[in-house]
Design a protein around this ligand. Sequence first.
Ligand code: NAD
Length: 352
Amino acid sequence: MTRRLLVTGGAGFIGSAVVRHLIADTDCHVLVVDKLTYAGNLESLASVNGNPRYGFVRADIADAAKMRDLFANFQPDAVMHLAAESHVDRSIDGPAEFIQTNVVGTFVLLQQALAHLQKLPSAKAERFRFHHISTDEVFGSLGVDGYFDEETAYKPNSPYSASKAASDHLVRAWHHTYGLPVVVSNCSNNYGPYHFPEKLIPLTILNALEGKPLPVYGKGENVRDWLFVDDHARALVLIAERGRVGHSYNVGASCERSNLSVVRAICALMDELAPDSIGPRERLISFVGDRPGHDLRYAIDARKIRQELDWRPQQTFDTGLRKTVEWYLTNRNWWERIRSTVYRGERLGAGV
Ligand code: NAD
């Protein structure tokens, strides 16, 4: 039977990849609800616009009356909740929005999902799911070895990760206390097309293209476990469909790289795909003051999703990064407006 999915944050980086995947590869009906903050962009959904199985509503997830109407009118079989403030550096400069959207907004959605569930006939109620999309940053920082698995204790360190941890806890409590059928996923750093150019990989690509300094925090030793966004989108749809109620799933592709090695890899690709007559891009690398409280290392143990849901990433870091650089080189229209108006590449989150 065709499923009806309410996707919050569907105009963002990961949400739009999920929506493009759902429309292209499934027969689901999708309603996106998104506030269109600086990070939301309807141009990321241009390829699905006009499809009869896709709809869009501009709204704030913290607006309870609007969320109540959305549930009543759309009658979703499942919610995929991606709407969030998502940038650690911005959470250092202005944490209030992170509490409002990530914590209060998630609370409002949980309440509306529960009210909706309680009105469903039992067969539909049994199939209803609330899928909360979260981050591995809730687990805090690893040392040089070890991995995050689904049993790892929460130790969030930034305002962003604390707000996501709070929302994970609310989701867990709404399952445990009220019986809301939830599933949670915690994912490592994503990269790929349509990534807002405040984040390391797109910022480095675009600065390299324009011959600007390539900022690297501290000594560039911090390690992230990189996942291509379309691999994450496939994982999320599997989790929403087949994840066990009350469980969480860690998602990662075992692609650990230090920030400096990521920047160097981008320089090499840019030198190959868009050569600069002045010389190799590595000359642009510029070490800047570290992010306050910068977590050293994140790394995911993804055995559970591999074994239970038979998910595998299709991209290695090398193939995914090449696709990403090629996408930015051929999709200037998407990022030129952002770079000239919304965000010009200034340093964020340096602390006081
Ligand atoms: P993003 O910042 O690109 O997109 C967030 C979207 O949410 C935007 O379209 C924005 O307009 C919307 N939004 C923000 N506040 C809203 C509100 N109050 N009401 C409705 N819509 C609102 O983020 P992303 O990178 O696509 O991340 C999506 C989700 O995945 C987030 O929950 C994030 O915590 C999680 N996550 C991200 C990563 C990553 O590497 N990007 C990794 C793991 C988990």
